[in-house]
Design a protein around this ligand. Structure first.
Ligand code: KIV
Length: 271
């Protein structure tokens, strides 16, 4: 039986065991109670309360505007909906890059006020001190390398990262550094599949990919993308499991039509 089916709760240690046993890790984002409940009951290993909430929940163009208070609101809603999955929360832009004390304070607020189990930060050697300080307070940290959307204005585009040797080497060294200082896992976003596999084989902590190929230890997608709620966004790595945009729009159109035609409510739908 898979480890995933055997355990009552997913912990960072269980994820380590999954990697060790070659069992792939499943991760999806969620930002609210109802969705988190569905995703948890379906048996996901990790829910990421991603700062992609800035895009899919708040309609911003980038992940930069979302605030710590807003992330805590999303995370606490998610935590109320779950009973078994590990909940990881993104530290939003501007709450950890400045200094390690701010990083620790932001993480403590997330853990205390939302009840989540871990935090995620974007970056490698540049934020080493912040990660170390958070870890020293007993808070598990997930790293995030490759395409790091909080740096979109530095990159200029959402294209694949680390295609050149120099950036690939920096990324590999950053992954080793994150393992060494104590991160329990790393998200690797939009990098060549060969490099992602090399990273996963070079470190003992799980590497969870998004647009990073099949050679890593797990996969993550944004829930609204894989359900087809967002329908304009179609990167190559995205597999859609539903077309909820069309289905939901159709349902709303039917409701409007029923109200206008006076067929809703009928005799049985009233007191
Ligand atoms: O914010 C997010 O949803 C993420 C995933 C894309 C990994 O960081």
């Amino acid at each position: 039986m898979s480890i995933h089916k055997k355990v009552k709760r997913i912990t960072t240690h269980i994820l380590q065991e999954m990697k060790h046993n070659g069992e792939k890790i499943s991760m999806l984002t969620a930002y609210d109670y109802s969705m988190a409940k569905i995703v948890d009951e379906a048996g996901i290993d990790i829910i990421l309360v991603g700062d992609s909430a800035s895009n899919v929940m708040a309609g911003h163009e980038t992940t930069l505007p979302i605030t710590l208070d807003q992330m805590i609101y999303h995370a606490s809603s998610v935590v109320r909906g779950i009973s078994r999955t590990l909940v990881v929360v993104d530290l939003p832009f501007g709450t950890y890059q400045g200094d390690s004390k701010a990083a620790l304070n932001s993480s403590i607020r997330i853990m205390k006020e939302s009840g989540a189990h871990a935090v995620k930060l974007e970056g490698g050697h540049q934020i080493k001190e912040s990660i170390e300080r958070i870890l020293s307070a007993g808070i598990p940290v997930m790293g995030h390398l490759g395409l790091t959307p909080q740096s979109i204005y530095k990159f200029g585009t959402y294209t694949v990262r680390a295609k050149e040797e120099e950036e690939a080497n920096t990324l590999l060294n950053d992954a080793k550094l994150l393992e060494e200082i104590g991160c329990f896992a790393i998200v690797l976003e939009k990098v060549p599949a060969k490099l992602a596999q090399r990273v996963a084989e070079s470190i003992s902590i799980p590497v969870i990919g998004i647009g990073a190929g099949a050679g890593v230890d797990g996969q993550v997608l944004v829930l609204h993308d894989m359900l087809g709620i967002t329908h304009e966004f179609s990167p190559r790595f995205l597999r859609r499991y539903h077309s909820l945009y069309e289905e939901m729009k159709g349902a709303v159109e039917n409701y409007i039509s029923d109200v206008k035609s006076k067929s809703f409510p009928n005799d049985k739908e009233q007191y």
